[in-house]
Design a protein around this ligand. Sequence first.
Ligand code: PA5
Length: 407
Amino acid sequence: MKFNFSESGFSENQLLKETEKIGAKELVKKEEMPFIELPKPNELRKIEEAAKLLREESEKLVVVGMGGSINGTIALHKALRWNSRELLFIDNIDPELVENVLQESKNASFAFISKSGRTLETVSVMNLVFQKLREHNTPIHKKCLFIGDRGNPFEEVAKETGAPFLPIPKEVGGRFSVFTAVSLLPGAFAGYDLESLLEGARRAVNSPEGALLLAAFKYLSYREGKKIAVMMPYSSYLSGFIRWYEQLWSESLGKEGKGQTPLGAVGTSSQHSLLQLFLDGPEDKLYQLVRVKRFRKDETVKEGLVLSYLKGKKISQVFNAEFEGTFRALAKKGKPVVVIELEELKEEEMGELLMSYMIATIAMGKLMGVNPYGQEAVELGKRITKEVLKGGRDGEDLQRGGTFTDK
Ligand code: PA5
C-alpha cells in the first residue's frame, strides 16, 4: 500500500512538521492506541477453533451487531469475498431486513456481537432468534456464539445457554475492534487468511509514516476550511470500507463543535453524480482516492462498434483511465487530493489500510484537540429510545430536564 501526497497542496516537509508537533511517532504505542496490540497466537487459535465448530454446524453464519461491532466485518467481507453469502449481516433493526436475512439463513449459525451486550438492536434480534430456535427445538448453544466485553450480559447469556463466548479486549473501543474476535471470528468462518490480514495491520503499526502524514494532510486542509473529507475508492468492493471509515471519522472526531464530515463516493459511479459538485462546487472538501493496481478478474474487449478506440482495451484500462481523468481534473482545479494505492484487494492490503486509518484517526484527534474515544452525544438518543420502549418518559419530557432510570 502506498500514499501519494503529490497533489495534496502541501509538501511532505510541511506534513512531516505537522506530525512532529504532536510527537506523532511516540503516539503509536498501545497506551495511546490499544488497538495496535494484535491477538497473540493462542488467542487467534481459540478464535479459529470456535469458527471451526460453527462451520461443522452450518454453512452460513449470520453476524448480528451494530456500528463498530459489524462495520469492519462488512468492509472486509465485501473486499475479500464480494458477493459470497456464507456470511450474512444484520446491522439494522429494520424488520424487513431482519426477516429477509432470517429466511435466507435456515440452518445457519449466529454470532451476536456487542461490546456492551446491551445494544437495543442486537439484543432485539438475539431475542427473536432465541424464540425461533426454541420453536424448532434447536439448542441455543449449537447455533449461537457471543462476542463482547468480559462481564457484559452476553457473557452471562453464553454461560446460561452453554454457548461459546469470545472476549473483546476491554480497552479496545467498538470502531477500533476490527482486529479482535469481532471481525476475526467471522473472517475465520469465511476462510480468510487471518495471518496475512494481521501481517498487513502489523506493517502499518511498524511503519506508520504514511498514516501520520495522512492525518497531517487532513488536519492542515481542515484548518484551511476543508470541512468535508471525500473518500472515493475506485472499487465497488470498497463500499463497505467507505461505511467503516465514515463511522470511524465521524464518531471519533465529531465533538465539541469540531469535526470533518466524511463523504463516500465510488469511482467511477459517482463521477456521474457527485463529481460536478466536487470540481465546481464549494471549496470545502479534500479528496482521498483509493485505487487498486491488480484486479482479480478482467477481460479484453474485442468489439468496437461504438467508440472504436475501446477495441482491444481491457475493462481495467477503461477503469484506470477514468481514475486518471478524475485525479488529474481534481489536481488541475487545485483540489487537495491524496491517492492511496493498493496492490490488490487481499487480506494483507486490507489489514494495512484499516490499521492505517485507525492510526490516522488518533493522530487527527491529537491535532484537532479532540478525544477520539467515546461517543457521549449518541448516548442521549439511545436513552430516550429506551424510555420510549419502556413506556416511560418521552423524549420531550427528557429534554425538559427529566431524569433516566435505566442503566
Ligand atoms: O464505536 C462504537 O463504540 C460504537 O459504534 C459501537 O460499536 C456501537 O454502538 C455498538 O455497540 P456495542 O458493541 O456495545 O453493541
